[in-house]
Design a protein around this ligand. Structure first.
Ligand SMILES: NC(=O)c1ccc[n+]([C@@H]2O[C@H](COP(=O)([O-])OP(=O)(O)OC[C@H]3O[C@@H](n4cnc5c(N)ncnc54)[C@H](OP(=O)(O)O)[C@@H]3O)[C@@H](O)[C@H]2O)c1
Length: 341
């Protein structure tokens, strides 16, 4: 039996579709029943018979921070894909991030140990890998994380989660970790996660930045996960990035695929510095969620380039070009928009 956590999320739902192509015993956990509809939606991008495929999943209501519910989900499980996480860059969400990402992962790892599962595949992030002083130097899996850096609350907790997975390997669990860049794929336009970037750009994002980071298509993320799970490779981590793009380039590819005008104004460091302070004041006055934190503005302008050669060479892996990924994702976004109007 395969167990997937985070099955109602972007990565988890596309992973479930992939797993169901070859596996009959797939179990997934969910927290909120209404999110299950999004899984069917994702399946419908791949097949006309989404409902029948969806019915093959054994769903169990469980929260990774609630051990008793998780214990039920682990019955007869031998392989675990841990995709559940709380993705937020808001500093005031730090405790919730710690609870879900670090404690939740510790719970998953503990149950992997006690149930002697064969292998754990964990979805981490490029946020947990260190940076070079020289921005042109490529970041690899061994680039040292510096805890003295001004790391985001998300990065700190994903790093803590990785430590839990490494601890599990010391306690006898075989594990692989993937470190994807920003994941592009359809289905979660309103989630606030990476899928919703397409919608935000569609609604109008007047500013661009020259900051560079890694991007990857969701199908490449799930392919890498499954290939690593099925391989003899254990206790290693892999950067999963198709291309390093500036945010300006990403926006240009997206606006072109959506048939709208590209952003015309640069968000200079000065504008960004004003922006996050105004956002902070607005949150204090209105109580609304932060949309721009200091760390978000930092990553918006920083240049970080990742090297995925380890994955490419180890698995003979071929990434989907980002222009294709963005084109396909935007096409599905526009089709959904038409259906919903
Ligand atoms: N998207 C990206 O650009 C990106 C990039 C690099 C790495 N990652 C990593 O990839 C993984 C998947 O991300 P994603 O984009 O698929 O995120 P997502 O769409 O936000 O999905 C997160 C999933 O985790 C579940 N979850 C959250 N808290 C939980 C809890 N306490 N107990 C059980 N389930 C819980 C969510 O359930 P609900 O549906 O109930 O909320 C959802 O199914 C995460 O580990 C993330 O850190 C994402």
């Amino acid at each position: 039996m395969i167990l997937v956590t985070g099955g109602t999320g972007l990565v988890g739902s596309h992973l479930l579709y992939k797993l169901l192509q070859t596996n009959t015993s797939v179990r997934a956990i969910y927290r909120r029943a209404h999110k299950l509809e999004l899984v069917k939606k994702v399946f419908s991008y791949y097949t006309a018979d989404a409902e029948a495929l969806y019915q093959k999943i054994e769903w169990i209501e469980a929260d990774i921070t609630d051990v008793p519910s998780l214990v039920v989900a682990f019955k007869n499980v031998d392989h675990v894909y841990h995709c559940a996480a709380f993705v937020s860059f808001e500093p005031d969400k730090y405790h919730q991030l710690r609870k879900i990402n670090i404690e939740g992962t510790a719970n998953v790892v503990n149950l992997c140990v006690s149930h002697r599962i064969k292998k754990l595949a964990y979805v981490s992030s490029i946020a947990t890998i260190g940076h070079h002083q020289n921005p042109q130097e490529l970041i690899v899996e061994d680039t040292n994380w510096n805890q003295e850096d001004d790391n985001s609350v998300y990065a700190i907790t994903k790093y803590g989660a990785e430590i839990e997975v490494w601890r599990g390997t010391q306690e006898g669990v075989d594990a692989v970790i993937i470190n994807p860049g920003i994941i592009i794929g359809p289905g979660f336009w309103n989630s606030g996660g990476s899928s919703s970037l397409i919608k935000k750009i569609y609604k109008g994002m007047p500013y661009y930045t020259h900051g560079v980071t890694g991007y990857v298509d969701v199908t490449d993320v799930v392919d890498a996960l499954v290939l690593l799970m099925q391989s003899a490779i254990k206790n290693e981590r892999f950067i999963v990035v198709s291309e390093n793009l500036s945010f300006k380039k990403f926006q240009e590819l997206t606006t072109s695929a959506l048939g709208i005008k590209p952003a015309s104004k640069e968000a200079t460091p000065f504008i960004l510095a004003i922006g996050w302070r105004l956002d902070w004041v607005s949150q204090m006055l209105t109580g609304k969620r932060r949309r721009l934190s200091k760390q978000m503005t930092k990553s918006a302008k920083s240049i970080t380039k990742f090297d995925a050669s380890k994955l490419i060479n180890t698995l003979d892996f071929e990434f989907k070009p980002m222009a294709t990924s963005i084109q396909e994702t935007c096409q599905l976004f526009l089709e959904d928009l038409k259906k919903d109007s």
